[in-house]
Design a protein around this ligand. Sequence first.
Ligand code: 5AD
Ligand code: SF4
Length: 494
Amino acid sequence: MNARKDFDRTGMPSEAPQDEPARQQYFIEKCRQYTKRFFEKKGRVPTAFIQTFGCQMNAHDSERLMGVLLAAGFARGDGEDSDFVLYNTCTVRENANQRVYGRLGHLNSLKKKNPDMLIALCGCMMQEPHVVERLRKSYRHVDIIFGTHNIYKLAELLYRRMEERSMVIDVWENTGEIVEALPGDRKFPFKSGVNIMFGCNNFCSYCIVPYVRGRERSRAPDDIVREIRELVKDGVVEVMLLGQNVNSYGKTLTPPVSFAELLKRVEGIEGLKRIRFMTPHPKDLSDELIEVMSRSDTICRHMHLPLQSGSSRILKKMNRNYTKEQYLALTEKLRRAIPDISLTTDIIVGFPGETEEDFEETLDVVRKARFDSAFTFIYSRRTGTAAAAMDGQVPDDVVKRRFDRLLKEVQEISAGVCGRDVHTVRKVLAEERDSHLDGWLTGRLSNNTIVHFAGGQELIGTIVDVYLEESRGFYYMGSLRENKMEVTDHEKAL
Ligand code: 5AD
Ligand code: SF4
């Protein structure tokens, strides 16, 4: 029997279709019956709340998860006292895991007050078998556990939990499948993340991502372009192309497509005003990509280029495949080709075997590359990675002192660098109401720096000309230039 041809009285197929996304649409409908019953019983719609830990990929996944929940009839809740609470977890560093365990304890007491409450966990941390084991044994109040490979199955798992009334665990080791076209819910109506690839094949020795996100899989360029066209039709002016290592995009497709080629196709989408991407790897950042960026009006003047360490010796142990000199040469090449580019980075302090000399090399790169900003991390030992088994773990107090020195250096440099556009008029995407000043807005320059300026809410989601009056280190205070006036000599002299 063909399940999809067999419908019940509500117009739904009476059996779940096998194909995606039809299968999830079926379970979304099933969940709607639950939310309807909830409403009939309690006189209100159940609320759902998602707490995201970690990176932009997770933030984007959470928007898609919320899209499914809203389609299933939930209303957006604003905290952990909601009827459905989902933690989308990160496991890049151990402290993120500890935070999740801590908050689960708190959820237990909330669930005692609201026994109908459902608690779900997903994301990178769930891909670790020892985590799931611990949850299974000691956190029985958790209702649903799933991983990174099957987030599109939320509706199905939720329905299963309601039917079976016991903990549902569904974590896959890997997948080749990419499910397109499920509902999403954007935090900002005018900008959106877009996955271009999943997983990572690099195996940097400190990093757990290749183990929890699996091997690299790229989406077909046609699917990406189609999704962005739809987003633009729906009011999006800025997209962030997401992947763990975007420079590897398309290598596994037949025929292969380079990231630079994909960018060119995305650039051609009418109505799209800004393109960002995250994250490129220094080891294979191509000249073609730099060239495409330098000619483009749409690709933003920002590159987040993780350094991790400035010591070639440590970089080798990290399996990063570039040296200090190669990294610095790359930053110079980028600045020559795109003089107004802003460079940001990630740096790890205290990798096993890091000596004072190695650390000084990192400081040296920071001084030479002059990053606009840097995310600095204390090395966290992740079970299963190559670095976890290395000798020479650096004592905590030494790491802490190096970390503080690095942070100071990074902040001093970035305060000087970030203000370089002061007293010029720049394009700003107005993003939201300013949280401190009434009647003000907060927006971003192409190079990602934040600007505060007086303006009405109707400007949110549009790109406006703003005169950057004053630099305050990491952000500007500006004023609207409604008629695109040039900067006056007087203003230049300020
Ligand atoms: N310890 C500390 N920082 C890490 N990162 C990845 N793995 C670890 C780890 N084990 C950092 C890297 C990466 C960023 C997302 O997180 O700097 O670029
Ligand atoms: Fe981790 Fe390296 Fe892959 Fe980035 S490129 S996700 S740091 S393994």
